[in-house]
Design a protein around this ligand. Structure first.
Ligand code: BDP
Length: 663
């Protein structure tokens, strides 16, 4: 007996030592919501019921009282201490729920949970995710598996997944979601599909989240059998009115439509000789009685434009002031397309009589997909240093969510979902602050871990810019999947603005796109002070130099180097930083469970390898134009150009996102 007990004690001791030494494996499925639940008995339904359930299940402090009070702004809340009690006050139930999650966030991140005097108010009423999910379950630009909403065989979404999705979103203040791709299929509005939409809406409602749908502008023809989708045609208007009534019968709090029209081959009002305003206003009018809205995208560009960056401005400026007040123009942060760095889209400062919202891309279509650790909050913050948050009505983010166990494909990609929600609530939060609170909840609040990793996250976006396309370079990606470098790519018959040479314009003189007054005039779309700054090669910020100028190879940079040498140094810096990330992560092993430690390490290795691929491909290719040597103090390419020009990753890389350059 004695020996057995002794053995048991030894085992327990061993277990205890082991469990303090190494946190047990985690697969990331809990996201930042890792608190241990206790059982609850709450039977109150609705959003307030959710707030109570969350507190009863996870809050370890004293009693919390939830109080409604008129006069506070929508969704805002206060948290105050009153003796032992904590009082959350809000004007609506969603505010109570956000207050509850605020408490849980503090608890989970190891913050003091006494003497509260908190007042929070969201910057925007609408904080919305855009899912680019297709009816067949694939996700456009998705790198984390298949859709959690749709599937080819029409299997209903998994309620446990939808619930966790809802909790995660509500915990960061997201209150809307567009369930399908902007490249929308008409079937999105079929009776069967609307039934699934209703089921999802019912599951999201207790978390204060409304659903929206992307629509195909030609639905009256393709789904309704009409001859036209002309927005001024009476039968078309009637068709939309009936469809909208059908939707609201199923989903009384349906949010509205997101529309990609006359863009990249999608149908739109211009097909019928009408303007974007005609199309948007028609939909706005049929949605108005139900309090629905239209988010009309400004992502448009003609195949043969002389500068794609000019296009959206040219199309939308003449329409300023012509949209109904339940239309919001949804504008991507930059004028081209979610590049690692772009200037802000000039529409944001030019439109003055049109409600606007920004569209950020959380999924990393152009930033290493789910393989690269790139924390996007610094990029979004950079946007807000040019565009006043108060000039916008709302914020949208293209989601990076799929059915992968860890939701986003990379453990650190979860931070981008998290940061999007936090910034949509309060765009003046600092990216570092957000990184710190995410790290503390998702991994550990251990100070040295949080300090090291928040620094790494802060540096990661600039690092990605450096190894992919520094100094204002843009869109030199491989065709189609946009993962690796292909600055040389052209194809007979392909529209020019889908090929990298259109953007980098490398020649014997220099590199970059002349958008000055002497070039395409794009600088003129910015306010005078910026326009002047950007127009002059000597005052243009160096991180946008090749965006606005065709920069001579020998142009003298602030560092004293020539532009060519600086370019080499930037690529080099990028590569070295990715190796440093690996070293930082390796030192964090004691703080992280083995599973997540190894999974992140594997991804960081891919990133470091891909950075070399970018460095070698771009420098060797541009060198064929610059005809200058790579400086001695810069790492020299280990590949040769021919080898890389022949290398192609299949377009199906989404199914195998780890098939980067491996030679
Ligand atoms: C581009 C994507 C494409 C999207 C398009 C859009 O490559 O898949 O459909 O944007 O936003 O970034 O409409």
């Amino acid at each position: 007996m004695g020996t057995k007990r002794g053995l048991m004690a030894a085992c327990l001791l061993l277990l205890a030592v082991w469990s303090t030494a190494a946190p047990s494996d985690e697969d990331g499925s809990l996201l930042w919501l890792r608190q241990k639940p206790t059982t609850t008995t709450n039977t109150i339904t609705g959003v307030k019921g959710t707030a109570m359930t969350e507190l009863q299940t996870y809050w370890q402090g004293g009693p919390v009282v939830l109080k409604r009070q008129k006069g506070l702004a929508r969704d805002s809340y206060t948290i105050k201490s009153q003796g032992e009690k904590t009082i959350i006050t809000a004007s609506n139930d969603a505010g109570l729920l956000y207050g509850a999650y605020h408490l849980l966030r503090l608890q989970q991140s190891g913050q003091p949970c006494t003497s509260f005097d908190i007042h929070e108010q969201p910057a925007y009423d609408l904080r919305i995710l855009n899912h680019w999910d297709n009816p067949n379950g694939t996700v456009e630009r998705g790198f984390a598996g298949r859709s959690i909403f749709w599937s080819e065989d029409s299997t209903k979404p998994n309620p446990a997944i939808i619930k966790q999705y809802a909790r995660a979103n509500a915990s960061i203040g997201i209150n809307g979601t567009v369930l399908n791709n902007v490249n929308a299929k008409p079937e999105a509005l079929s009776a069967a599909s609307l039934q699934t939409t209703k089921d999802i809406a019912d599951q999201l409602r207790p978390y204060g989240i409304r659903v929206y749908l992307s629509i195909n502008f030609a639905s009256p023809i393709k789904l309704g059998g009409l001859k036209t989708a002309d927005p001024l045609d009476a039968s078309v208007i009637r068709w939309w009115k009936d469809k909208v009534d059908e939707i609201y019968k199923l989903i009384p709090d349906f949010g509205g439509f997101l529309v990609k029209a006359n863009s990249e081959g999608e149908p739109g009002p211009q097909d019928f000789g009408r303007s974007h305003a005609d199309g948007a206003n028609m939909l706005a009018d049929v949605l108005r009685p139900h309090k629905g809205i239209v988010m009309w995208r400004a992502f448009v560009y003609a195949p043969q434009s002389d500068d794609r960056a000019n296009q959206a401005y040219l199309e939308f400026m003449p329409l300023d002031g012509q949209f109904r007040d339940n239309v919001i123009i949804q504008i991507k942060n930059g004028p081209i397309d979610f590049q690692p760095r772009e200037p802000y889209s000039p529409l944001f400062t030019a439109l003055t009589r049109t409600p606007m919202m920004v569209e950020f891309q959380i999924t990393q279509e152009y930033l290493g997909a789910a393989n690269h650790l790139v924390y996007l909050a610094p990029m979004w913050q950079e946007f807000f240093s040019f565009v006043k948050p108060s000039s916008l009505k709302a914020m949208a983010g293209v989601a990076n969510i799929g059915d992968d166990t860890n939701w986003c494909g990379h453990h650190f990609a979860q931070a981008n979902w998290y940061a999007f929600g936090r910034l949509a609530w309060n765009p003046s939060l600092s990216s570092r602050e957000i990184a710190e609170e995410w790290l503390a909840q998702t991994f550990t609040s251990e100070a040295s871990f949080v300090a090291a990793l928040s620094q790494l996250m802060q540096d990661s976006r600039e690092t990605c810019v450096n190894y992919m396309m520094p100094l204002g370079l843009h869109h030199i990606f491989a065709n189609g999947h946009h993962y690796g470098p292909m600055p040389w790519f052209t194809a007979p018959g392909m529209r020019a603005d889908w090929t990298p040479p259109y953007y980098h314009r490398a020649d014997s003189i220099g590199l970059g796109f002349d958008r000055t007054r002497a070039g395409t005039g794009n600088v003129g779309q910015y306010p005078e002070s910026l326009s002047r700054l950007y127009n002059d090669i000597n005052t243009c910020p160096e991180n946008l130099l090749a965006w606005f100028h065709h920069v001579p190879w020998d142009h003298r940079m602030q560092s004293g180097r020539t532009f060519w040498d600086e370019l080499c140094h930037k690529y080099d810096e990028g590569v070295k930083a990715t190796r440093h990330f690996l070293a930082v992560w390796d030192a964090m092993q004691p703080y992280v469970d083995r599973q997540r430690y190894e999974e992140v390490q594997r991804k960081l290795r891919i990133q470091a390898r891909d950075a070399v691929w970018w460095h070698d491909a771009c420098l060797l290719y541009f060198q064929t134009f610059s005809r200058r040597p790579i400086p001695q103090d810069v790492e020299h390419p280990v590949h040769n150009l021919d080898e890389m020009m022949q290398f192609q990753i299949p377009i199906t890389m989404y199914e195998n996102p780890e098939c980067g350059y491996t030679k």
